[in-house]
Design a protein around this ligand. Sequence first.
Ligand SMILES: Cc1cc2nc3c(=O)[nH]c(=O)nc-3n(C[C@H](O)[C@H](O)[C@H](O)COP(=O)(O)OP(=O)(O)OC[C@H]3O[C@@H](n4cnc5c(N)ncnc54)[C@H](O)[C@@H]3O)c2cc1C
Length: 386
Amino acid sequence: MSAIRPYDAKEITRFVDSVIRPAAVLCDEEGLMPPETIASLASNGYLSATFPRQYGGLEWDALEYGMLTEQIGKACSSARTLLTIQTSLVGESLLRFGSSQQKEQWLPAIAKGKSLGAFALSEPGAGTNPQELTTTYRLNQDSYILTGVKKWISFGDIADFFIVIAKDANGKMSAFIVERGRKGLSTCPIGNMIGARGTHIAEVRLEDVVVPKENLLAKEGAGFSYVVNTALDHGRYSVAWSALAIAQEALDVMSAYAKERKQLGGELGQTPSVKAIIGDTVTQVHAARALCLRAGQLRQARDEQALIETAIAKYFASKTAVQAALDAIQVLGANGCRSGSTAERLLREAKILEIIEGTSQVQQQLIGDFGLNTYGLESQQISQYC
Ligand SMILES: Cc1cc2nc3c(=O)[nH]c(=O)nc-3n(C[C@H](O)[C@H](O)[C@H](O)COP(=O)(O)OP(=O)(O)OC[C@H]3O[C@@H](n4cnc5c(N)ncnc54)[C@H](O)[C@@H]3O)c2cc1C
């Protein structure tokens, strides 16, 4: 059992500056995650930051995990994705629904960086609406047999095991742990993504893959309402902080540039229109941070509002990230338009966050429903407002 270490922002900053930031361009340009980056994240305990100590975790709380996500995400979105997938989607699913044997087998392995997991929900024909998925399972004596195709699976090309969501003939959705190496399982990398290029995204094919009954995660039929919903809620929380990270980095980039760049004998930042852009970005970033902190506090308090506040934080922060990255390009002018500039990379990474863990449109619907069910409930006559 490893020793737990308290959250230390300065220690993480040193780690990010020496290990993560130098690898960020490589992740983006070469389309891979260096094994030594994975090993360093693991050996510092960051892949298992929220896990209990018995599984090699640091036992950090939701806010500490959020701040860690921000620090890593400021430097490299691909490395941050590794954290989101291992800790939030795969790790939390195992912690919450895994049998003791499943937890013992996989959580310490993730913590040590010896095994990576992937969360395989999306399919070529099923993204926003997982109910449309067509990957099937059937029980055959003591085994389940899985068949189907999963698409856009982060770290799918290098994962050692997959949490696969599938349906039976009656539409019952269940989750299974499928180890790489099982006969009939193959992965194929998907290239040319605009962002998340170091995350080994892959298509995962399952052709009559046989797994023992013990590989069922949670009960049969609990695949969507429990496993998927829990995983996506945790993933959304991590993505909210990741979006804040990008927005903050964009703000840092545009502010530094505006102070250094000289125009008409003065600082670019003193130009009223540039100062206005920076002022707007500061306001948006502070608002996004407040939403992320609120979501974290509610999660720690196990408040039932945490779910909707997490969705609000993710929706707002990802929108803020896209706008902040666009504004950073605006402030940098032609220097921001160069492929490979930090601002350009931030924009590509920010856009991804409006798609994953529930698109912005899905969050809008969810938040809109919450609004209609929460506000304006007094039985006032419409005529009062007219
Ligand atoms: C970089 C990256 C990493 C990913 N990693 C994973 C992973 O690890 N595991 C995994 O399972 N999946 C992963 N995905 C897939 C991701 O979850 C899906 O892309 C996402 O759910 C959206 O599905 P879709 O792309 O099929 O879009 P669609 O569902 O086809 O939606 C297209 C557009 O229509 C809108 N739309 C669709 N339906 C509705 C609706 N009912 N109401 C309002 N608007 C709607 C959407 O908002 C979107 O703008 C990843 C995707 C990306 C880009």
